[in-house]
Design a protein around this ligand. Structure first.
Ligand SMILES: [Zn+2]
Length: 482
């Protein structure tokens, strides 16, 4: 049976036989297609789902959702930067194919003779590519986006396929949830609602009451406090170094207590988002009880596992590994340990809705994996990191086969290999001990690169759009611009 043919109907039939429960069966007969709520929580590491802080769960809402849903425990993004990552989710194409890599660049930085700071340009996602919203709209879905990340602004092509695309500048998760709920007030099924929360993205500033939930954070040392007070300077020093734009670090190192303080604040943002996402899901389910809810992130966040903080600068697992949850009535709860990737989300949603998959989509329909039906060869999943701007000296590629992860830093010609079960934070490379594995995974990586090169939808050139003046301050606030 092809992925295309194993649709929601077949999938539901499969789950009735494999997970037969009387209560759930009546929900399987549906006269029309359900709504789809696609939630992206920016910068959310996969390990926060089960994490505790001061003995309290960081994300109790998502944890409970995952317990009663299909939870993909080994989900990987295609790129550790928002823009290419979300483009891959929506188009089911690797970044090498959709071509959207760079968020912003200033021509003045390339050619100092021109220095028009206002001439900021961004890669534009092609309108020609079949994406989840464009395909769903063709099938009669009302399509609504609630967006908070400047990198995904309408002028970058991310509004393609949406009937409504609401951009909310610099707002917190409670405002996002309220907007999403009001946006579907007059909507009828079927609909597709994409909501992008930004709270766990730096700067980490959770509401005070959330911080108090976890108690008082350990007080940083005086030296740490000094660095934290000039956090922008400290952060940009790390970013410049991480992107290969400066050889040496200029600012001092943050000590253990200072680092723990930042982790504490990040967890506070995750906790706040968690309660707002839980509230949104409860509200949607009250009105549209059979909705398919999908939750994921566009990349993780590093906290000095490999010497830095933030994201975009490497392809290590703390940046590549994200939560991925599919929840719907009648969808039998399952924990999926096989590696999956962001490009699989679009074909899986389409298949669940009985919508034919586009021939160019590179991702897989994961429903056979969820139900244990059909034969499926395990696939290597792929992550890259190419920085935010063309001059960044960042070029990473990684593949994971479910046991070992090959991580290549092409800028420094460095190859590492990690056994993920034994070494989830990728601290001890086995590259010298296991040359056979390296060869095997390098072949898998080369095959992906080659397939991307000859893909019929490969965008040889990418349109550029000028960023509107008003967005520059927002980009600065997000840390994308100095
Ligand atoms: Zn992001």
């Amino acid at each position: 049976m092809t992925d295309n043919k194993l649709s929601r109907r077949a999938f539901l039939a499969a789950t009735t036989t494999t997970a037969l429960t009387g209560a759930a069966c009546s929900l399987f007969i549906k006269p029309t297609s359900p709504g789809v709520v696609f939630i992206v929580i920016d910068t959310l590491r996969a390990d926060r789902l089960d994490a505790k802080l001061h003995n309290l769960p960081v994300m109790p809402g998502l944890h409970a959702l995952a317990d009663n849903a299909v939870c993909c425990a080994e989900a990987y993004v295609q790129e550790t930067f928002t823009k290419p990552s979300v483009a891959s989710m929506l188009t089911s194409l690797y970044p090498e194919v959709h071509g959207v890599r760079f968020g912003i660049f200033t021509p003045g930085d390339i050619d100092k003779s021109k220095d028009p700071q206002s001439m900021l340009h961004v890669d534009v996602l092609s309108r020609e590519l079949p994406s989840l919203p464009t395909v769903l709209r063709q099938h009669g879905y009302a399509t609504i986006g609630v967006q908070t990340n400047m990198q995904l602004h309408a002028h970058s092509g991310f509004a393609n396929g949406f009937d409504q695309y609401h951009y909310l500048d610099n707002v917190s998760a409670d405002v996002v949830s309220r907007k999403a709920i009001s946006a579907i007030e007059r909507v009828k099924e079927p609909f597709f609602l994409y909501i992008h929360y930004l709270d766990p993205h730096c700067p980490y500033t959770p509401p005070k009451e959330i911080i108090h939930t976890f108690g008082v954070p350990e007080k940083p040392s005086d030296k740490d406090l000094e660095l934290l007070q000039n956090y922008n300077e400290y952060y940009w020093d790390l970013v410049r170094h991480g992107l290969g734009l400066s050889e040496e670090r200029a600012i001092g190192r943050l000590g253990r207590k200072g680092r723990n303080f930042l982790k504490f604040m990040y967890d506070g943002e995750a906790r706040f988002t968690d309660s707002e996402v839980a509230g949104l899901i409860a509200s949607v389910r009250k009105r549209f009880p059979r909705s398919l809810i999908v939750v994921t992130s566009d990349h993780g966040e590093e906290f000095w596992e490999h010497g830095s903080i933030g994201h975009t600068k490497t392809a290590y697992r703390e940046l590549a590994h994200v939560p991925l949850i599919f929840a719907a009535p009648g969808l039998a709860a399952a924990n999926i340990n096989a590696p999956v990737e962001s490009i699989d989300i679009t074909p899986t949603i389409a298949a669940y809705l009985d919508i034919p998959l586009e021939s160019g989509w590179q991702g897989r329909n994961l429903i056979p994996l969820f139900t244990g039906t059909g034969r499926r060869k395990q696939k290597c999943v792929y992550t890259s990191a190419f920085g935010m701007q063309p001059w960044d000296k960042v070029k990473w590629r990684a593949v994971y086969d479910g046991e070992h992860r090959l991580v290549k830093n092409f800028s420094q010609m460095k190859t590492e290999l990690f056994n993920i079960a034994n070494d989830p934070y990728e601290k001890k490379s086995l590259a010298e001990k296991e040359p056979g594995r390296i060869e095997e995974l390098t072949k898998a990586l080369d095959a992906i690169i080659e397939a991307n090169e000859r893909h019929p939808l490969k965008q040889e050139t990418v349109e550029k759009a000028r960023v509107e003046e008003g967005t520059i301050e927002s980009l600065k606030a997000l840390g994308y611009l100095q």
